[in-house]
Design a protein around this ligand. Structure first.
Ligand SMILES: *Cc1c(COP(=O)(O)O)cnc(C)c1O
Length: 409
């Protein structure tokens, strides 16, 4: 271990709130799909900063816009106009099929805006509805509104009391949804593909049922695409694979090339309930983040990255499925486009696999205990996929033999 890393670790131990149990790696720079640590060791990145760095690292177009705009203006406040917020909103409406945008800084703030819009929308009624149907095994962020609608105890329980009137539904269980839905429900809210929950896509049957139920009573359908949205699945939005349009969608992670930016996009009917002064943010939608985000969307289009996410993602899933056939550690392969998961038999093996892969120079991630999650940059190639799957095959063979040894011991 280098002095540099040791010094960093000591400083953090002394002065930082220990919110993360970090791996013993300090990254210094990136290039394309590769990251380099302080020792100069190279890693192939299949996580992209948890779904953020869709264009990989050091993209020249992003770097150019970032420098130009930083020289001109970084921040001026939402009390004034800037050149990019309107243009970016126009683009997001065009690709989402929705009508109006609110810019925040993070995913959880975008989700908070969705919850607040639900309250405003319900306020038009004589007796406003407040009940929200959210999903078990979901994840929507770390603020109180977000954890209140997050159906995993580990994120919510330590911070209770949560926001009242949230009912959790078994994800993809249409009967449970129908049983819990009634006229008092203000919104059904879900991730189109559960991310932290282990890469679990919503079933077509469930999403169509949610759309139909909400249409009948005037409740809202709210989709969280903070992780799966903006091209990762091969379409701009994952809901576009289902032929369903929500009333509200939230996005964030990949939108501004690694700068913090989130957005809540909604229909005109929902948007009509907003008035100046009711909601806001100091930083959200600033000129720097919005200028970069416009360029990110341009590059996704000009480099054909939606199609590439689909073809490379399909290739990746097929390769993993082939590996799963001959490897007892892997129970299931699932995903859409470049949001892919390999569920293993054991949480311990999954945990060890991430560490061993890191030693071998591959950044991957584990979520929901047993699930290896892959969120590579869209610029990843089939050659990169071959390297990753070959390495994973080697590591998981070790796991099998280790398990067998343990069983004998
Ligand atoms: C990451 C994530 C969030 C929270 O985003 P932050 O930027 O960390 O606040 C919310 N929902 C989903 C689906 C996410 O993946």
């Amino acid at each position: 271990m280098t002095d540099v890393l040791q010094q960093t670790q000591q400083l953090e131990r002394d002065f930082l709130l220990p919110t993360y149990d970090r791996f013993a790696v300090q990254f210094e720079r990136g290039e394309g799909a590769y990251l380099y640590d302080v020792e100069g060791k190279r890693y192939l990145d299949f996580l992209s900063g948890i779904g953020v760095n869709a264009l990989g690292y050091g993209h020249p177009a992003i770097s150019a816009v970032l420098h130009q705009q930083a020289d001109k203006l970084i921040h001026a406040s939402n009390l004034f106009y800037n050149a990019y917020q309107g243009k970016l909103a126009q683009k997001l409406c065009a690709i989402s099929g929705l009508d109006k945008v609110f810019f925040a800084n993070t995913g959880t703030e975008a989700w908070e805006a969705a919850i607040k819009m639900t309250r405003l929308y319900a306020a038009r009624l004589e007796s406003p509805k407040t009940k929200l149907l959210a999903m078990k095994n979901s994840f929507h962020g770390r603020t109180i509104g977000s954890i209140s609608t997050t159906g995993q105890d580990k994120y919510r329980k330590p911070f209770e009391p949560a926001m009242p009137d949230v009912v959790f539904v078994d994800f993809n269980d249409v009967a449970d949804l129908a049983r819990k839905f009634d006229d008092s429900v203000a919104a059904i809210m879900l991730e189109t593909i559960q991310g932290e929950g282990g890469v679990q896509p919503v079933s077509k049957e469930f999403l169509l049922a949610a759309r139909e139920l909400t249409k009948k009573t005037g409740a809202l359908l709210i989709l969280d695409e903070i992780q799966c949205g903006l091209g990762r699945t091969g379409k701009w939005f994952a809901y576009q694979h289902y032929g369903v349009t929500p009333d509200i969608v939230t996005i964030a992670k990949p939108i501004a090339g690694g700068l913090p930016l989130g957005a809540m996009i909604c229909s005109n009917a929902v948007a009509q309930t907003m008035k100046p002064g009711l909601h806001g943010t100091t930083f959200g939608g600033g000129p720097l983040a919005c200028a970069v985000a416009l360029e990110v969307l341009n590059v996704i289009e000009s480099e054909g990255l939606l199609a590439k996410a689909k073809t490379t993602g399909d290739y990746f899933a097929a390769k993993l499925s082939a590996l799963a056939k001959k490897n007892d550690c892997i129970r299931n392969i699932r995903g859409m486009g470049l949001m892919v998961a390999a569920e293993l038999d054991s949480a311990d093996v999954a945990k060890a696999t991430v560490v061993t892969m890191l030693e071998k120079g591959f950044v991957i991630n584990r979520t929901n205990e047993k699930v290896l999650r892959f969120l590579p940059p869209f610029v990843i190639t089939t050659g990169h996929v071959d390297q990753l799957v070959a390495a994973l095959g080697e590591v998981l063979t070790t796991c099998v033999s280790k398990q067998a040894e343990n069983a004998h011991a």
